[in-house]
Ligand binder design. Structure first.
Ligand code: HEC
Ligand code: CU
Length: 356
């Protein structure tokens, strides 16, 4: 028996099938799906799904009908060995058929167009009375500004639950796209122009997002997070964000970290309110405000700490890694490797984690 031949047959015959089964099974896993646009958590996302599903099922019916007719024709008129088949009836030009397959698709498309256009127009503009939040896209993180209070933050957009939010968006550099699949659709952030995105979360919770337009080297590491909270929690959050930075205890490791911060290149890019307050226009590159850095459980474009359910220990470990060499995590990062010593990293990490 030729073994080599047998194993050869095995791998060629069954490997693709096994792979296919694995891929199919993979999609059945009960993993958390933070970017699942079918799991709508508010009226805006629901409106979009209410359009998607009917269109999807219409497409399924048409697909089955057309492919079924095709397969049936192939089967009925196939050539059989030794048997002479009569040529099928040849039709050239049938006014009735042509009318039918023009009128039916027209009716279907018109039927789809009515709710589509209505939804598009409804979601295109914010309703009066919505709460404004400015969203600014940067390579590769989102900045959020709250015009009502003056709060400024990065990576995590805090919103009150059951409130109509109007994200007024623009970009600092290239095209970005703000996409929080459980709450809304996608919308571009365009340099020099304002676009709006309606957001509405019914329940307190955390909603993941991602930049949905290729925007350079670290596009894949440009995430977003929306955290919806009760009105009371939100008001408290705003009050916290408006305070200047917490001062470290005299003689502590954190105080040493603050000194490293003030003595390093950090101050050329970052603001810690009450510690260094440069004119924002003089900063080398737009960079996340660090005044309340430790109040954010994700950083670096909401990609660190990595994983679905990281702990505070992961946060601290990843902060050290980030400080040691940002471009290894985010290729092309505008925060360069500053060649910090292990001792400086310890002190900075201790300081940054006090900035609640
Ligand atoms: C040349 C400008 C520049 C310098 C200098 C710089 N940073 Fe940054 N920093 C950035 C930018 C830009 C980001 C955002 C990077 C991203 O997410 O893509 C960032 C991100 C961070 C973050 C994560 C913030 C967040 O919420 O995502 C921390 C923490 C940080 N920097 C600390 C420091 C410290 C400490 C120093 C000094 C040792 C420093 N940076 C020096 C530009 C700079
Ligand atoms: Cu982007």
């Amino acid at each position: 028996m030729n073994l080599r031949k047998r194993t050869g047959r095995l791998s060629f015959g069954r490997a693709p099938a096994a792979l296919l089964v694995l891929v199919l099974l993979g999609s059945c896993g009960r993993v958390e799906q933070p970017l699942n646009s079918f799991d709508s958590q508010g009226p805006i996302a629901e409106r979009i799904n209410a359009l998607f599903w009917p269109v999807f099922w219409i497409a399924v019916v048409i697909f089955v009908l057309v492919q079924g007719a095709l397969l049936l024709t192939v089967f009925l008129f196939r050539e059989r060995r030794g048997k002479e088949r009569p040529e099928p009836k040849q039709i050239t030009g049938s006014t009735r058929l042509e009318l039918l397959w023009t009128v039916i698709p027209t009716l279907i498309l018109a039927g789809i167009a009515v709710p589509t256009v209505a939804t598009l127009f409804d979601l295109a503009d914010c309703p009066p009375g919505a709460m404004d939040i400015e969203v600014i896209g940067h390579q590769w993180w989102f900045e959020y500004r709250y015009p009502d209070s003056g709060a400024v933050t990065a990576n995590i957009m805090a919103i009150p639950e059951d409130t109509e939010i109007c994200a007024r968006m623009t970009s600092d550099d290239v095209l970005h796209n703000f996409w929080i699949p459980k709450l809304a659709g996608k919308r571009y952030l365009v340099p020099g122009q304002e676009t709006v995105q309606r957001l509405y979360a019914e329940e307190p919770g955390e909603y993941w997002g991602h930049c949905a337009e290729f925007c350079g080297l670290s596009h894949a590491r440009m995430r977003a997070r929306v955290v919806a909270m009760t009105q009371g929690d939100f008001d408290a959050w705003v009050d916290d964000q408006l305070r200047p930075a917490v001062m470290p205890a005299p003689g502590s490791e954190a105080e040493r970290g603050m000194e490293v911060f003030l003595a390093s290149a950090c101050i050329g890019c970052h603001i810690i309110d009450g510690v260094n307050n440069p004119d924002p226009a003089t900063l080398t590159v737009a960079s996340p405000d660090l005044t309340h850095f430790a109040s954010r459980h994700v950083f670096a474009g909401a990609t660190l700490p990595a994983g679905l359910n990281p702990t505070r220990a992961d946060w601290e470990a990843d902060l050290r890694k980030w400080l040691a060499d940002p471009p290894t995590w985010k290729p092309g990062s505008f925060m360069p490797d500053l060649g910090l010593t292990a001792d400086e990293i310890d002190a900075l990490a201790a300081y940054l984690s006090t900035l609640e």
